[in-house]
Write a protein that binds this ligand. Structure first.
Ligand code: GLA
Length: 671
């Protein structure tokens, strides 16, 4: 039975990356026993096993994997079988040194770590395709095979390659995009700095240059590099779909990963999956983790998604690897479930004895399972999740959405801008943070999404926008929606060329404003705002010098030559409202503003709870609402919920007040 069918079952998948090739086979038997104890029903196998599966070119050794697949199946564990292409064996580089990736500075990245391949290398592509074909043919009918896990974290270490083979591929990509050199010269604005191209061969990747490289060349390079990773995924997917059309395909995404346009990618998969490693030392870790979960759900248009990797305790790749506190692993796993996951997996099953990840957390730690806190927690969670199967089919409830777009992200963060301190993630977090803190759960939307599903669409930053997207946002507001737009949006077109006629040209009608000039602030510089209703706030980073053209000012600046001019505006447009925020507010003021805007659109926090308590609601197919209440605080809190019902985890009655221990979770169901 395939996971496509299994996924429709009321079941939560639990397990992790399993690397038995690192252990003698007698250990595998202990693994099976322990997996059963811990409620494990799915493991990702073979991710870094290429050199074990094909020790020399064409010489395959699948016997051990045959035995492993049989063993898993006999113990009720399914396999997310990897295509093992993420780390080529040493023989590939030895035979084909030109398969190695090269940086913008011309430095070759050698084997000895992992992922040492150029995405355009014919030798790599050929060897990888051959391996995928063999794996698919061998295991196509194996009953343990539940899912294909292709490659691993595409682009994690090497997301672009500047070698000559890549340069030729870039030229090819450009000729497909532009058709003629005239078109390219036009789009790239090569009249500037004597950059006009007369031959395709004159064009190179944006290798290290004396100063700023052409911005459109850089943007196209990002598009091309993202497309190249997607093409690698397509290459494997096409083989798998041909040989095993009944087995779904995923590859593990990394959330807000800049190099790859995951929206473009997600539709090519059967299910979207996420690797997430929030830093327990970061006070915003819970919000960041929530955002990664929301993004993953939204990439798949709300369908259930897989948490493919997290750690049970600590990672090994930060300079200081702080442990998850007791209870925090369960809490963050439940957070993923609350936000739409149907799968909770870890990197990795058994802590490694050798190699660069031997200090990484695992389900089975070095000390073994006796008297192990980590084992106690992971096995308790695995067993607890077995009872929560029906949750897997419910959908997360949201009223609002935040627009993100990879192309705009890339363009915003190119060099030679008014302020390089204006970055995508900071802009996003300034909106997401207050919404998260007030428990107004949001989806992410993309330029191709249907905005009409939401009462409010927040646009933290949309520096680059094409005509079609601008028109769709305007139509959404005209039709009754609310848009809340952050500064430095609507500035350039898809070629990174200024949209003339007063900023933000494509949104002026909708917003009822004209921005005469930008006034980015120096580091440490502040200004202040006076709100129309009497409040005030500091602001920093950026100020727009705004002319009102139909909008009214919700707040004005108090300092600098633009004192008294609008900083935040509101405009009734058609049947909707468009709000513009032309500076960075202090977080509390931003939160208050967003809460007010939400209330005006009929969106209210689900309950009044202390800071650090997260509430997310999921709705079952038969209309019942499940309230996930997550205490991110290290102490007991009591919250009052507007419902009476039952705690799904404990069976206890819930009538208003719920006490949550430190890092505790309650899932309350009304009725
Ligand atoms: C990533 C990789 C894993 C492992 C973990 C460690 O998620 O996919 O193979 O290296 O990081 O945190």
């Amino acid at each position: 039975m395939s996971v496509r069918t299994l996924l429709e079952q009321p079941r939560i998948w639990y397990g992790g990356d399993y690397n038995p090739e690192q252990w003698p086979e007698e250990v595998w038997h202990e693994d099976m026993r322990l997996m059963q104890q811990a409620g494990v029903n799915l493991v990702s196998i073979g991710i870094f096993a290429w050199s074990h599966l094909e020790p020399q070119p064409g010489q395959v050794e699948f016997g051990w994997l045959d035995r492993l697949m049989d063993l898993l199946y006999a113990h009720g564990v399914h396999a997310a079988l990897s295509t093992a292409t993420a780390s080529p064996p040493p023989w590939l580089a030895h035979r084909h040194p030109d398969s190695l990736p090269v940086t913008a500075d011309g430095v070759t990245l050698w084997p000895g770590g992992r992922q040492a391949y150029c995405p355009h290398s014919p030798a790599y592509r050929q060897a990888a395709s051959a391996l995928v074909m063999r794996l698919a043919e061998r295991y196509r009918a194996h009953p343990a095979l539940a899912l294909w896990h292709i490659n691993n974290e595409y682009g994690c270490h090497v997301s672009e390659c500047f070698c000559d083979v890549s340069a030729a591929a870039f030229r090819q990509w450009l000729s497909e995009r532009y058709g003629t050199l005239d078109e390219l010269n036009q789009a790239w604005g090569t009249a500037f700095w004597s950059q006009r191209y007369g031959l395709w061969e004159e064009i190179n990747p944006p290798r290290r240059a004396p100063t700023f490289a052409n911005p459109t060349q850089q943007l196209d390079w990002r598009r091309f590099s993202s497309d190249s990773l997607i093409a690698l995924g397509d290459m494997e997917t096409a083989i798998l779909r041909r040989i095993t059309p009944h087995v779904p395909v995923t590859t593990n995404f990394m959330g807000f990963f800049k190099p790859a346009d995951y929206r473009k990618w997600a539709h090519r998969e059967d299910i979207v999956s996420l690797d997430t490693y929030p830093d327990p030392a970061d006070p915003f870790a819970a919000a960041q983790n929530a955002a990664q979960c929301d993004l993953t759900r939204s990439l798949g248009d709300g369908k259930p998604w897989m948490l493919m990797e997290q750690t049970s305790s600590a990672v090994n790749w930060r300079s200081r690897n702080v442990l998850k506190q007791p209870g925090q692993m369960r809490l963050w796993s439940m957070q993923a479930l609350a936000r739409g996951a149907n799968t909770i997996l870890f990197f990795q099953w058994r802590a490694a004895k050798a190699g660069a990840e031997k200090f990484h957390g695992a389900l089975v730690p070095h000390v073994g399972t006796q008297e192990s806190r980590v084992w106690r927690e992971v096995s308790a969670l695995g067993n607890e999740l077995q009872e929560l199967g029906p949750l897997a089919q419910s959908r997360v409830q949201v009223d609002t959405a935040l627009l993100v777009d990879w192309q705009s992200w890339w363009a915003l963060e190119l060099d030679s801008k008014p302020s390089t301190a204006v970055t995508f993630y900071d802009r996003l977090a300034s909106f997401y943070g207050p919404l998260y803190a007030t428990n107004m759960t949001s989806d992410f939307v993309f330029t191709d999404s249907d905005f009409a599903n939401y009462k409010i669409v927040f646009v933290p930053n949309l520096y680059l926008v094409d005509d079609a997207t601008a028109a769709r946002l305007e139509a959404y507001v005209a039709g009754g929606g609310t848009v809340v737009m952050g500064f430095f949006s609507g500035i350039v077109d898809e070629n990174e060329q200024i949209r003339l006629g007063g900023y933000p040209a494509p949104f002026r009608r909708m917003l009822g404003i004209r921005i005469e000039e930008f006034a980015p602030m120096a580091e440490g510089e502040h200004n202040a705002l006076r709100f129309a209703d009497g409040g005030s706030s500091v602001c920093d980073l950026w100020a727009d010098v705004i002319d009102l053209e139909g909008a009214s000012a919700l707040a004005t600046f108090t300092g600098n030559f633009y004192a008294g001019r609008a900083a935040i505006t509101e405009h009734a447009f058609g049947r909707g409202r468009a709000i513009y925020i032309g500076t960075r507010l202090a977080p509390e003021a931003m939160a208050a503003l967003l809460v007010r805007i939400c209330a005006a659109a009929g969106v209210r926090p689900p309950a009044n709870v202390p800071a650090g308590v997260e509430i997310v609601r999921r709705q079952t197919e038969d209309g019942r609402i499940l309230w996930f209440v997550l205490n991110h605080r290290p102490e007991l809190v009591t919250v009052t919920l507007p419902l009476a019902g039952t705690d799904v985890l404990t069976g206890a009655a819930v009538a208003g007040a719920v006490a949550l221990e430190a890092y505790g979770v309650s899932i309350a169901q009304a009725g």
